[in-house]
Design a protein around this ligand. Sequence first.
Ligand code: SF4
Length: 325
Amino acid sequence: MSICSEHDFELEYVAQVVESHNVKKILVQLPEGFKQCFNYIVEKLREYLSREVEVVLSLNPSYGPCLVDEYSAEELKTDLIIHFGHTEYPFYNPSVKTLFIPVEFVNIDLEKIMSILTNLCSQDKKLCLLSSSQHIKLCNRLTSLSSKCRIVYKGVVYGCTKAGTEECDVLVVVGGGRFLCISQYLMYLRKSSSTILCLDPYSYTLWNPKEDVEKILRIRIWKMYNSLNRRRWLIISGFYGQAREKLVNTLVEELKRKNFEVAIAKVLKIDRETLINISNSFDVVVIASCPYLAFDFQDLDIPILTIGEAFAVLNNDIDRYRYPW
Ligand code: SF4
């Protein structure tokens, strides 16, 4: 099986939407890992459609549901964006018609997953599940399978969103990769007494993010410490759901109140070379668009902060780590 056939792109449903809304031109967005499935998607979609539809692939970033490619859709005059790989982002409504398809991972051994969870269960424990968009159906099925403990699915989360997890004794984040689970751990830091664990359903591995988070926190606190009393700040704001106007404005006001110099930059996709190029002109860079980027560029000499870290520095409160803002 290929990565494409192992996932459900819900193409029969997509075709129904296209037919019923008389759509003639579609813009398709796929996260990096699924871009290779574009031909597979178009081929299958054509099998379900009763007429010709123009399909264009967006190669602009699609890291999260915060980035719906409105610009290309308007430029190309497409009738519909099909944004694969994510559900709606809670902080943003795209201005163009968008269909979100979560893309469920279907090649899963349910029994294997269940036996991992059963080991964490007991009658007096409430076990809560959070997941990436690829495991919604899996998590819903798991809630009805165990007789040993209460399993509750709390929904999809992203690296900057959380779900209500009060009264959960154990919180299991279901998803591939490491950042999603680490971000949830950071979000609940000192705010929840739940044990947080990570379950990778692609490798059937259960892992504890604590050690990774401790390492990350040491670096983050060092970056914040190096930003204290620095004068020239650059705030990088993104597009669409990554614009975060209110937070950026509050941060700018706070910096000005302290008589610091502040500049704002706008970018769809920031890269390492650009950050290195501008690093001579500023003392601190705040990436307001996506909190993950501050972690990704943490090897650069100039301190690159998340919005939450920037506020902590300005309030002289770097020991109480806050994530993401
Ligand atoms: S801002 Fe970053 S972490 Fe949040 S949804 Fe977008 S890509 Fe994911």
